[in-house]
Ligand binder design. Structure first.
Ligand code: NAD
Length: 553
């Protein structure tokens, strides 16, 4: 088994770090690894601009987001080129899983934000409180810190940033050190749309910059990444009681019931396991197939995997015009158009590839059948791994317990529904799951028994593209939600405002204690909660009489 390479030595804060094309290892740019002092100053700039932004009418904030959406739609090819270049994914995939998701979020915010931020009446059930008017306001935190991973370098930070900005926050965004240019595209487009540049601070740098961001004046942290880093973030946040959202890893199970359409389910498994080279938090990482259709399902998966084309965007020469207005995409070079023939790109880096290889080797050593792939493809580039199918896996294997995060589809059988549910729930993760069956009601009933933030019936991964759907997990997969109404709630804190309609009236429960007050309260409790009607009526009389005898202070 190959030893897993250690991470590259950390860049010193203040020094430049290089960003590589994962398909070729060419350097595509360098950026500064910001120091703690620079990061604190950036957050202070954002904090200074935020109160004015929070006081800006919602419709004006949404106008900027709208303009951003138009610019993104117009410039989608340039932005997907940047994404493909630094993350290695096919451009069409960048369009469907990054650009589309972000544009749909803009629409979601436009459609839903005004109602979400409108003061919400809080009616009172307690008769003693009927003379009050309660309302719930939703207040922006101030500066929201966002720390992002490399696998969806545009959609993950953009959805969170747009939601935070729309609700009146400023943002300090620390993108992954492997894919920072996508976040710089987000920043460029938002500025072009008219956003005050102070409101979005992109913090370039590695993990040290992320750690430094946690010690600044941010008021909320939204972290997306691995469980190991998520725990570190949670510890640092706990030390200063900083509220956090943690969107962490997954080990998503797919269950294929005996009544499923094998053609549909096998296509879903192959796409769900290999899309983005398997580097998706919602990837199909474990597949359980009813024994009666197991071999047929495997045969279909092998045939479909065989047809996948691996490769990467080759880039034409960069724009040499020296025009300062060139976008980063133009400066880095345009894709050659061959991209549309590619299904699977490279993995992000050698360390990730080695983890995948070690999981496959461990499974084969423990008795799994290797039916496709199984090894790196150095002839294509440094980080390519062949889409791999493993059959007859079991839960003693690393590939069924730890997040593989690569193009691997491990499959095993089950006999009964109960066994399938037990296998699906036998994991420390709980991000998402899927069930394939021709009987939708049966699928929905089983979905209730799976411990995961999302369960899809007859589809995989697509929940991430539904802006209304909350995204997030249980167990080690994280805390809190992004996307949809729950994602909006994470970006605001609830403020309850209560105003009494009788400003000239002393309240019945104020001082002026004594036996009359005790009787008043005793009668009042009976009036509200006694089981028998007669006791409730007696309580009402007792309470009123006692109140009339009282002298309030
Ligand atoms: P990672 O944890 O290595 O890094 C994530 C981010 O944290 C990067 O920006 C990194 O620089 C930063 N970081 C590193 N050390 C830090 C520290 N001590 N303090 C603060 N920040 C620090 O994760 P990754 O390899 O970039 O991403 C892959 C992981 O992300 C996978 O586990 C995947 O499942 C998960 N992920 C989850 C979701 C989700 O929505 N649940 C979405 C995408 C990816």
């Amino acid at each position: 088994m190959n030893a897993i390479p250690k991470p590259e030595p950390a860049t010193q804060p203040g020094a430049q770090f290089a960003i590589h094309n994962p398909a070729t290892h060419e350097t595509i740019g360098t950026l500064p690894n910001l120091t703690a002092k620079q990061i604190a100053a950036a957050v202070d700039r954002a904090a200074a601009a935020q109160p004015r932004w929070a006081a800006t009418p919602v419709r004006d904030r949404l106008r900027i987001l709208s303009r951003f959406g138009e610019l993104l739609c117009d410039q989608k090819e340039a932005v997907t080129a940047v994404i493909s270049r630094e993350a290695g994914k096919p451009q069409a995939e960048a369009l469907s899983t990054e650009i589309l998701v972000v544009l749909d979020t803009v629409k979601y915010l436009k459609d839903n934000l005004p109602a979400f931020l409108r003061p919400e009446p809080v009616p009172h059930g307690n008769p003693a409180m009927k003379l009050k008017r309660g309302q719930l306001l939703r207040e922006a935190y101030g500066v929201v810190g966002i720390i992002s991973p490399w696998n969806y370098p545009f959609s993950v930070p953009s959805v969170q940033t747009l939601t935070a900005l729309a609700t009146g926050n400023a943002v300090a965004l620390k993108p992954s050190e492997f894919t920072p240019f996508s976040s710089l595209e987000l920043e460029r487009l938002l500025r072009e749309a008219g956003l005050d540049p102070a409101l979005l601070q992109v913090i370039t740098g590695d993990g040290s910059a992320g750690a430094a961001l946690l010690s600044t004046n941010v008021q909320k942290m939204v972290f997306t990444g691995s469980v190991a880093t998520g725990k570190r973030v949670a510890q640092a946040a706990a030390a200063r009681l900083l509220p956090v959202v943690l969107e962490l890893g997954g080990k998503d199970p797919m269950i294929v019931l005996e009544d499923a359409d094998v053609d549909v389910a096998s296509s879903a498994a192959v796409w769900g396991a290999f899309m983005n080279a398997g580097q998706t938090c919602l990837s199909v990482e474990r597949c359980y197939v009813h024994e009666s259709i197991y071999e047929k399902f495997l045969k279909a998966c092998i045939a479909k995997t065989d047809k996948l084309r691996l490769g990467h965007s080759r880039l034409l020469r960069p724009d040499q015009s020296g025009n300062n207005k060139s976008t980063p995409a133009q400066k880095m070079g345009r894709p050659d158009g061959a991209d549309s023939e590619i299904d699977v790109g490279p993995m992000i880096h050698e360390r990730q590839l080695s983890i995948v290889q070690s999981h496959v080797e461990d499974a084969v050593k423990r008795g799994a059948r290797l039916l496709a792939g199984g090894s790196p493809l150095p002839q294509l580039g440094p980080n390519f791994f062949a889409p791999t199918i493993l059959a007859d896996v079991d839960h003693s294997m690393t590939v069924m317990r730890e997040e593989t995060f690569g193009p691997v589809l491990p499959v095993r059988t089950f006999k009964t529904e109960d066994e399938a549910i037990a296998l699906a729930n036998d994991s420390e993760y709980g991000l998402a799951a899927s069930i394939f069956t021709k009987n939708r009601a049966r699928g929905e009933a089983l979905a209730r028994r799976i411990n995961a933030g999302t369960v899809m019936v007859n589809d995989v991964l697509a929940c991430f593209g539904i802006s209304e759907a909350p995204h997030g997990g249980v167990k080690a997969s994280g805390i809190g939600r992004t996307h949809g109404r729950f994602g909006l709630e994470e970006m605001v804190w609830p403020k309850y405002v209560d105003s009494d309609r009788m400003p000239r009236m002393k309240k019945l429960w104020w001082y002026g204690y004594g036996p009359a007050f005790a009787n008043q309260m005793s009668g009042f409790v009976d009036l509200l909660f006694a089981k028998k009607l007669i006791k409730r009526m007696q309580g009402g009389v007792k309470s009123t009489k006692s109140y009339l005898r009282r002298k309030l202070l």
